[in-house]
Design a binder for this molecule. Sequence first.
Ligand SMILES: Nc1ncnc2c1ncn2[C@@H]1O[C@H](COP(=O)(O)OP(=O)(O)OP(=O)(O)O)[C@@H](O)[C@H]1O
Length: 791
Amino acid sequence: MAKKRTKSKSSTSKKKISFALSKQNKIILGSLLIVLSIALFFSFMSYYFTWQEDQSLLSEFKDRNAEASNLLNKFGAAVSHFFMYKGFGLASFAFPLLLAITGLYLFLGLNRKGLISKWIWGILGIIWVSIALGFFAYEQPLLGGSIGFEMNDFLQDYVGKIGIFLILVFVLMVILVRLFNFTPEGFANFFRTQRNSIKSNTKKKTPAMATLAAGDNSIELSMEDTETEKIDTYTHKKDIPPVIKEAGLDVNLPEKEEEIVDIGLKVEKVVEEKEEKDIKSEKLVKDFGEFDPKLELSQYKFPPLDLLDPHGVSGGITINQEELEENKNKIVSTLKNYKIGIAQIKATIGPTVTLYEIVPEAGIRISKIKNLEDDIALSLAALGIRIIAPIPGKGTIGIEVPNKNATVVSMRSVIASSKFQKAEMELPIAFGKTISNETFVVDLAKMPHMLMAGATGQGKSVGLNAVITSLLYKRHPAEVKFILVDPKKVELTLYNKIERHFLAKLPDSEEAIITDTTKVINTLNSLCIEMDNRYELLKTAMVRNIKEYNTKFKARKLNPNDGHKFLPYIVLVIDEFADLIMTAGKEVETPIARLAQLARAIGIHLIIATQRPSVNVITGIIKANFPARLAFRVTSKIDSRTILDAQGADQLIGRGDMLFTQGNDVTRLQCAFVDTPEVAKITEYIGSQRAYPEAHLLPEYVGEDSGTGIDYDIADRDAMFREAAEVIVTAQQGSASLIQRKLKLGYNRAGRIIDQLEAAGIVGPFEGSKARQVLVPDIYSLEQLLENEKK
Ligand SMILES: Nc1ncnc2c1ncn2[C@@H]1O[C@H](COP(=O)(O)OP(=O)(O)OP(=O)(O)O)[C@@H](O)[C@H]1O
């Protein structure tokens, strides 16, 4: 049957093809139209200069001796007369344009989808222009042509001059709105951005270098400015991994070749099949264009920059010369007190901290300076001093001193930076700025997972918002989906508005933002299923990662009937991970570790944030799989070591001051600041646009906790079963946490006992966040029930 069906399908498609033009014919017809359009254009142009001379000739068209002045002679004169005089006047120039476009489409074999609408809009435009010219240039009938003139006359008889004017304005509005997506806000925004760009161009840049004299020793202190390309400073060197541009090679070739070797004799057949497939997909691409995942929401507009607040920062950072001089003198004199001479000192000013780079005199031991950290901090009377001795890759020692007046790094400034705008990354994240005031952009897809820690109030939530905002500004809803876990229930709720654009959820859940531990476990397990499914798809597509897979899918080389589909990136964000580990332990840890180990190739990325970076929260297995770590200020050196494997996070100054590492280097950054109202505006903007019918659905996962139908053998019951049953019946409250508390059991064991109680008919089924119903009214009934069971 199936075969028959495919046969008949292919025969109909063949029939269809026979009606279509062959490639050669398309090229011929395309060239003809292009030549014709050029001929028309020149005829029309020259008509305006020669129409008077040629007018008498029109009746003598057949006379071979008569010669017209039009550049295309009699043909030009006649055709132009028809179009320009009898037709639409000046608007007729649109005809050669439309013909040329059609010719190009045919010539280049482009997808002809948009062509009809171009013609419809073109003809509407022609009619509008000719009537408008007939109306405004009544005295010059040649401009509007006979049709414009007559139609204008006709309309005037019925609706008068004002009526025509209003009709023209209305049709113009229709054209602007439908064709150019004109909106009053867009119009206002356009002018606002124009004004801003003019303003920013006129702003002067701060001087790049300054040299300070320092008393007798005349120590040179040079200051790097915002604009200088400071590449070699220890961690601020341009250490963002370069984007490896994929060469335009067919990535599948090596695999295909391997396959050919494996199957020996079938080589030729496979090659033939492959060619056939390639030809098919090429044909599909030619007919329908590449698959466009954004098509469903093709009208989607990315949030504009105006939604972000500049936070009062007009441009670069302000340099306080006095402060610099003072700090430098203090550093020099403190070191002098300990008999450490300095050969050179240099300062690099960042938004919140200034880095003083010292070159000590020959023969000074570096560890000596390192040990003076507290003394220098004391002499500068400042928090957050960090000494980097030596700066990796440089022969200097760095002392980071916080600025008295920190500059806020607005999200707006980092999003607007050309580094972010031009970033050719899969999932670009603009974290903020480095010490040398350079925008810091990294690719989440390359990280591939990130751990974030910081004591309360140090900027973690702002950091998470900065990550999500970066992606919202750069990616279409078809390309990335978020799974948000927010046990605190307040931090991420704003993103509810973009549920149907950007969020993913379990099929049966109402809320897309997960606040409940059980749901987190189910979601993580469902993500593991998604991961396995995706690996299966990658395997059948014979590609190594999601990027190759999607490229192949877009090139129509993968058949959706075989289960292939465009795969969006999935970013799982967990705020307050400590809370989850405390309540669910291994049940959360195991799937997270699995995802972290395996999910990089298939586009699932995890971002985990925690207030308490202690070893029982960030366990070895989790740490090993999260190479990218981000630390805001933490309370102790131990916490800093746990998160970064280095100290320093305890010496940060808070308010978005952070250390980022992706392996060896630790970079000090100032996190971009995005406030809640800004996030609200962005989500509102996205949320008000047309969305998918529902959130992206994850595969279904039936959690163990749903419990129904689990038949526990009496002999397999937990040793604490009876006690637990008594606790539940006495309290008349069927919750696992009650058993946990009263009997001092772990979450998992309590959960298992609840399942056993359900199987025994003592409590009712799982009811989400509510406690289960207790089906036994008192202890006496319970004893009877258990006795009966034994019989
Ligand atoms: N990058 C930043 N620039 C300037 N100020 C910041 C920055 N990040 C945070 N702040 C300030 O610190 C405050 C607290 O930040 P945030 O809410 O992100 O802390 P948190 O670590 O998430 O705290 P909690 O864990 O209690 O939720 C913010 O309201 C803001 O005033």
